[in-house]
Design a protein around this ligand. Structure first.
Ligand code: HEC
Ligand code: HEC
Ligand code: HEC
Ligand code: HEC
Length: 501
């Protein structure tokens, strides 16, 4: 037998078991699909009531409902008071908590002091796009009225239409139950990066459904004319991905269009607020680069008797290490927990330093203005603060980045720090020029002190909010029940926790 024949036989011998393995994996996937294939939930349009899916898909529904277990409020302004200073003049200085389960997304949005206390459907302060990532009623209403109309008007306009928290119709087609991108902003943004959603692989879809919400975005003012000829302005959710998805690429995008989310109340800096670029930063990490999807860790498969299905209890994967990490890793649970903890500690250390420097930079800039500093003296300093705070925010706002992309998170925190310190060095010089060489920023070590510095009137905000909850919010619920878009069964066992009472 010559060398080539031997090689051919050897490679066939190697390929056959691989093909068998793949076909067995495919076979299992088909089997799972068949077993889980239910009747059509809704022939046309969007079924936003989660419990309407329960009969066809009881396992997915029951596990989804377990996201209600994560209802604890962790007040981050209490834990990191610097936040109130660095967000002075912006909603986040009023109220900011760590994330809870998807079951609570809608309630968190209604309860936060950031959405204020509207008194009717036309009053603010927030616009309609603030609902975009909270409810499967969003694709339902968009389907009915069109995207531009959806993004026109005040938040309260759709108070009585938003009845169900994040659920089935956010990620699935109501007729086929296939995974589906229901938010047009993601489809457009992916196109800008050269990807056609229709050609996304199944594995990519297992992350892209999350990228509908766990991404950076801004509201793009868009003029349009409705069918009756009325001229309107929509605030269209837009992902700033045209130049790329890294912090520097988005920063350059925002700078090029002179965009600011708000003007900082103390330093007068034109600020950017990173939302939660979790999908983007995760792409730089080893798991995403090896093709591991969000769902591999946050929605692992689960066996129940003979049936295998996707566990819809989205939570910290550390609550289910055996089902997630240990599908691929061989370390002990304790080792994996320790590795994750070490990554968290490293991030916390650098994050704390960056936040302190940013808060002090804002306060020192405020002092410089007070003493008569000129626009020309302040221009470069404010640019450093803008860029430093953006990088800090981009790196940590999505909460999981310390694990998803540890190197990128630490790199950005280091550059955030460098920018903040550069601003502070320049400020020493400016302050010295106005005779305030010894200026020391006031104490912001508690939430109360920091909010006082930021000019937040917490008691007044709470009072208005409680009134809203007892009046308009109750009317919304009643109207939603009457319209038949809300089933009380879905909300059974729902707690009502807030940071303020
Ligand atoms: C429709 C928007 C939307 C989609 C789609 C979405 N999320 Fe979320 N997610 C949110 C919001 C909003 C919160 C915060 C809810 C709150 O605090 O009340 C959240 C919270 C979370 C949390 C924190 C849960 C907890 O108990 O602390 C995790 C983890 C998470 N999401 C992962 C995912 C993954 C993985 C996917 C994709 C399989 C996904 N999300 C899809 C909007 C979404
Ligand atoms: C945040 C996005 C998200 C939400 C919300 C969601 N799913 Fe899923 N669902 C997924 C993902 C991801 C998969 C895995 C798909 C795959 O790999 O085949 C999945 C799989 C499924 C499957 C296929 C069978 C299986 O278990 O793998 C069904 C059926 C299903 N989901 C039903 C539901 C129902 C019913 C709800 C509401 C109670 C729901 N889903 C809510 C993302 C979601
Ligand atoms: C390799 C596993 C893995 C993958 C893949 C993964 N995550 Fe995570 N995720 C984690 C771990 C571990 C944590 C930290 C949990 C903790 O601190 O308890 C986390 C944290 C989070 C959090 C913060 C939860 C909280 O309450 O603070 C969110 C949100 C999140 N992930 C969303 C996503 C999204 C969206 C994707 C896909 C782009 C994704 N994750 C991919 C393992 C993973
Ligand atoms: C679907 C498979 C898969 C799952 C699930 C998974 N990993 Fe990984 N993990 C990988 C792969 C692949 C690598 C990269 C190995 C390499 O290329 O060296 C990796 C690398 C790592 C690393 C080393 C890189 C780093 O960032 O330090 C750690 C730590 C890790 N995983 C922890 C976890 C934890 C914790 C979980 C569960 C929350 C988890 N993994 C879930 C496949 C997985």
């Amino acid at each position: 037998m010559n060398k080539y024949k031997l090689l051919t036989i050897a490679s066939i011998a190697a390929i056959v078991p691989m093909v068998l393995l793949i076909s067995s994996i495919n076979g299992k996937a088909r089997e799972r699909e068949e077993i889980n294939r239910g009747p059509v939930v809704k022939e046309s349009g969007v079924e936003s009531r989660n419990d309407a899916w329960a009969r066809a898909y009881p396992r997915q529904y029951d596990s989804w409902k377990k996201t209600s277990k994560s209802d604890k409020i962790e007040d981050l302004l209490e834990k990191k008071p610097q936040l109130a200073v660095i967000w002075a003049g912006y909603g986040f200085a009023k109220d900011y908590n760590s994330p809870r389960g998807h079951f609570y997304a809608l309630q968190s949005n209604q309860n936060t002091l950031r959405t204020g206390a509207p008194v009717d459907s036309a009053s603010g302060p927030m616009p309609t796009p603030c609902w975009t990532c909270k409810s499967p009623d969003v694709p339902r209403v968009m389907d009915k009225v069109g995207e531009l109309e959806f993004f026109t008007g005040k938040w309260a306009k759709y108070g009585d239409e938003m009845a169900n928290s994040i659920g089935c119709a956010d990620c699935h087609d109501s007729k086929t139950a296939d995974l589906k991108i229901t938010r047009p902003h993601l489809v457009r943004a992916l196109k800008e990066t050269g990807m056609d959603v229709d050609n996304a692989t199944h594995q990519q879809m297992r992350s892209l459904v999350c990228a509908q919400c766990h991404v950076e975005y801004y509201f793009k003012k868009t003029a349009w004319t409705d069918e009756q000829g009325n001229e309107k302005t929509a605030a269209v959710v837009t992902l700033p991905w045209a130049q790329g998805t890294t912090a520097e690429e988005m920063e350059s995008y925002y700078d090029a269009i002179d965009f600011k989310d708000w003007t900082h109340k103390i330093s007068k800096t034109p600020m950017l607020k990173a939302q939660h670029p979790g999908y983007e930063i995760a792409q730089t990490g080893i798991h995403a680069r090896r093709g591991v999807a969000c769902a591999d860790c946050h929605m692992p498969y689960k066996q129940e008797g003979a049936v295998k299905f996707t566990d819809h209890h989205i939570q910290s994967p550390l609550e289910n290490i055996a089902g997630s990490c240990l599908q691929c890793h061989r370390e002990s649970e304790a080792d994996l927990v320790a590795v994750v903890k070490a990554k968290l500690d490293r991030k916390e250390q650098l994050m704390e330093i960056a936040m302190d420097n940013l808060a002090k930079a804002h306060l020192e800039a405020g002092k410089a203005w007070e003493l008569g500093a000129t626009e020309a003296e302040m221009k470069e300093i404010l640019k450093d603060i803008r860029h430093g705070q953006w990088r800090w925010d981009y790196s940590i706002a999505s909460h999981g980045s310390f694990f998803h992309a540890p190197e990128e998170t630490l790199r950005l925190l280091a550059t955030a720090n460098e920018k903040a310190q550069t601003a502070r060095l320049k400020l020493v010089k400016v302050l010295a020029g106005y005779g305030a060489v010894d200026y020391v920023a006031p104490d912001f070590s508690t939430k109360e002190k920091a909010q006082a510095i930021a000019g937040v009137n917490f008691e007044a905000l709470v009072e208005e909010k409680v009134k809203f909850k007892n009046t308009l919010l109750k009317e919304w619920e009643k109207a939603a029940l009457e319209k038949g878009i809300l089933s009380p069964a879905t909300r059974k066992g729902m707690s009502d926790k807030t940071s303020y009472n």
